[in-house]
Design a protein around this ligand. Structure first.
Ligand code: FAD
Length: 302
């Protein structure tokens, strides 16, 4: 059996695996797709110590660092269920079962997609999901934010300080964000809010040039010229398979304390799959280290 079995091979899981292996304990990492969301990222400018890197390059660095230690990397394997017997038993989709004294869950999250034509095609070519990451790329340009919940309105306020103009598009007749955020949004001179609007297409040639939407009251289709579209309709944690196992909050995020401990002693969690504030590479790496040290602490006490 493993001492620490990490589920998820993104920045959180990689960090957890390295911290565990450095304690000289048996460490394994199971990942459906090693690298996680970082695989899908183009430019990264906020990974401190590196002014600019690209997703696939950072993933290669992550893998090289993990492989520098005695860690069993089990890539292209998806965890299906977790049970506590004598040891924890992690069942995989391929039928295998892995045993471990402790578990670190780091299965990350995925951005909810609108599914409109052009969204997938222009991903990283004007279609973006993270204002903290990609906002500065659109300095001085016109952008839209799709989604009028708290994250959409926060994104619009954030972007308004960087870009030339922001159009916020909400499907429902009213914004759902907290009133303080809405007040702040409406106080900004370079933001237009379009409620009751259904985005119908993101168009462009080699990159985004604009967006079409349908005014739901008149059913009229209109178009706006833009350089970027930020999609903010939700971040979904990859925790469906854990629903009846560990405590999740109403967003489906694994509830952890400041040691990365979940509701089950011996099970720790880190990164975007948890209720941690803010979802970023550097933050998930930090929480991966925390969870792994928490797991080590658990092992020496039990
Ligand atoms: P993830 O990266 O999501 O990794 C999750 C891992 O778990 C993957 O290996 C996945 O395959 C695996 N997994 C999931 N379910 C299972 C299962 N059932 N069994 C086994 N394995 C499973 N952050 C920044 O700091 N800077 C940026 O510039 C930046 N740009 C971004 C651009 C894009 C397009 C996206 C999508 C995100 C961006 N982020 C950026 C956010 C950043 O990528 C995430 O915060 C970070 O990757 C979270 O790390 P994680 O390890 O928690 O999860």
């Amino acid at each position: 059996p493993y001492d620490v079995l990490v589920v998820g091979g993104g920045p959180a899981g990689s960090s957890a695996a390295i911290y565990a292996a450095r304690k000289g304990i048996r460490t394994g990492i199971v990942a459906e797709r090693f690298g996680g969301q970082v695989q899908d990222t183009l430019g990264i400018e906020n990974f401190i110590t590196t002014t600019y890197t690209e997703g696939p390059k950072l993933v290669a660095n992550l893998e090289e660092h993990v492989r520098d230690y005695k860690v069993d990397i089990m890539n292209s394997m998806r965890a299906k269920s977790l049970q506590k017997k004598d040891l924890f038993e992690l069942e995989l989709e391929n039928g295998a079962t892995l045993k471990s004294k402790t578990i670190v869950l780091s299965t990350g999250a995925r951005w909810r997609n609108t599914g409109v034509p052009g969204e997938a095609e222009f991903k990283n070519k004007g279609v973006a999901y993270c204002p903290h990451c990609d906002g500065p790329i659109f300095e001085g340009k016109d952008v839209a934010v799709i989604g009028g919940g708290n994250s959409g309105v926060e994104a619009a306020i954030d972007l308004a300080g960087i870009v030339k103009h922001v159009t916020l598009i909400e499907f429902a007749p009213e914004l759902k964000a907290d009133n303080v955020l809405q007040d702040r949004l409406y106080s900004l001179s370079n933001v237009t809010v379009l409620a009751n609007a259904r985005t119908s297409e993101i168009y462009g040639s080699d990159k985004v040039e604009g967006l079409k939407y349908v005014d739901r009251e008149t059913e009229e289709e209109k178009s706006i010229e833009l350089a970027g579209v930020f999609i903010q309709i939700g971040l979904v944690p990859n925790t469906e398979w854990l629903q009846d196992t560990v405590e999740l909050n109403k967003f489906g995020e694994i509830v952890v304390d400041d040691h990365g401990t979940t509701s089950i002693p011996g099970v720790f969690a880190a990164g975007d799959c948890t209720n941690s504030a803010y979802k970023q590479i550097i933050i998930s790496m930090g929480s991966g280290a925390t969870a792994s040290l928490g797991a080590f602490d658990h092992i020496i006490r039990n």
